[in-house]
Design a protein around this ligand. Structure first.
Ligand SMILES: C[S@@+](CC[C@H](N)C(=O)[O-])C[C@H]1O[C@@H](n2cnc3c(N)ncnc32)[C@H](O)[C@@H]1O
Length: 382
């Protein structure tokens, strides 16, 4: 978004979101009433899609540039490394942010916030999404849970300045917030690897749980829209690909793989294997679908090298792709033949017409979760 002589950057962003259909007209009034900039810190890191990095903006240094950045359709990192990182450089892991406006408004659209509903949000962050919900449903009908005490306090202050006082609860959102249950809608603005059953328990039958969901295989998630059933299960389709930060408590501990690969791994014989290309392995659909089918396997892409690690044994794979398209050089070690498994999954996916996230769905029960392709009769544990 850029500021032009036709209006303020916030108005421009609003028109852009309406034109794209990300924002439905019923959200236009809350959007205008709850300005995103009012929820952003003076110093913030704006995500740049092109460079896949962040750009620092400081309100004290350049107010105009900061304001334009606030109304760009981009995610803005507001905390690094769970608050342990200070200073103006980017930290290692982004741990709180203002999500991308097109993602925020399209999620609110899909949440179906009709009159009368009570909403639980998991992941308060800046408080902007909670503010929009308050403007739509009134603060008495909105509860938001944030795990980080400092982030929760800052959001509470920003909401208060905007004249909004929803319940901002500091705690682990995996437990929901039973005190104010039941809810008609649960929206998570943080990604899960396993849908906490508390969210289903605390939602009325017929209610909706909307959450970014993915596997430890990669960062590629999809938005799951689950409808809660009378029998205490919840089920529904994935709507589209998204990428969020992972719920604290469900992050992958990469240290668990530190003993997988021996230091002299380069001396292990490598074999040129199959004609899969790097692009085929790393496409959005492939990353998501391989995660669904490669149970408890984590993938790391580092330039033209792809690593696979088994979470339950010391099995690993390193596939090195040549600069020119061609078969990778593959090292595969351990009891679980991950590379062979991956090729089978890709073959299954191609034969099935290369389905994307929206062809799959998820069912959650008190005993776990299962994914399915096209219909629930064809489900497997994830
Ligand atoms: C992408 S941000 C949320 C964006 C936010 N809704 C907004 O409008 O700015 C994700 C937030 O989820 C929080 N979070 C992570 N794990 C959590 C957990 N277990 N319970 C509650 N909040 C959590 C993070 O601290 C972070 O602030």
């Amino acid at each position: 978004m850029t500021d032009t002589d036709t209006g303020r950057p916030s108005d421009e962003l609003g028109r852009y979101l309406l034109d794209r259909g990300d924002m439905t007209s019923d959200w236009a009034v809350p959007f205008a009433a709850v300005p995103r900039a009012a929820f952003l810190p003076d110093r913030m890191w704006v995500w740049d899609m092109e460079t896949q990095g962040t750009e620092l903006h400081d309100k004290q240094d350049d107010l105009a540039a900061w304001t334009r950045a606030a109304y760009r359709d981009a995610p803005i990192v507001t905390q690094w490394d769970d608050g342990r990182h200070a200073g103006s450089t980017a930290g290692r892991l982004a741990t709180s942010s203002a999500s991308m406006p097109s993602v925020v408004l399209s999620m609110l659209r899909d949440l179906d916030v009709v009159d009368g509903v009570r909403v639980l949000e998991i992941g308060t962050g800046t408080g902007w999404n909670a503010g929009l919900l308050c403007a739509r449903r009134g603060e008495a009908n909105v509860v938001t849970v944030e795990v980080d005490a400092q982030v929760a306090a800052t959001a509470r202050t920003a909401l208060g300045r905007a004249g909004l006082r929803p319940a901002v609860v500091c705690g682990d959102g995996a437990a929901g917030y039973g005190v104010r249950a039941p809810y008609d809608r649960v929206i998570a603005t943080v990604g899960v690897r396993s849908v906490p059953y508390a969210w289903i328990e605390q939602t009325r039958p017929g209610g909706i749980v909307l959450t970014p969901w993915g596997t430890h295989y990669s960062n590629q998630e999809a938005l799951a829209r689950l409808t809660v059933d009378e029998d205490g299960t919840a089920s529904g389709p994935f709507l589209r690909p998204v990428e969020f930060m992972t719920l604290r408590g469900q992050r992958l501990d990469w240290g668990r793989f530190s003993g997988h690969v021996p230091e002299d791994y380069a001396s292990i014989p490598a074999v040129r294997r199959s004609c899969v290309t790097l692009a085929e392995l790393t496409g959005t659909a492939q990353q998501f679908v391989c995660g669904l089918r490669m149970h408890r396997c984590a993938q790391v892409v580092n330039g033209r090298r792809v690593w696979l690690f088994d979470m339950d044994s010391t099995s690993w794979v390193l596939a090195e792709f040549p600069e020119e398209d061609g078969p990778p050089l593959v090292r595969q070690l351990g009891p679980r033949p991950l590379w062979d498994e991956l090729l089978c999954v890709l073959e299954w996916w191609r034969r099935g017409g290369s389905p994307g996230p929206r062809h799959f769905g998820l069912t959650v029960t008190p005993n776990g979760q299962s994914a399915w392709l096209l219909d629930r009769a064809n489900a497997w544990v994830v």
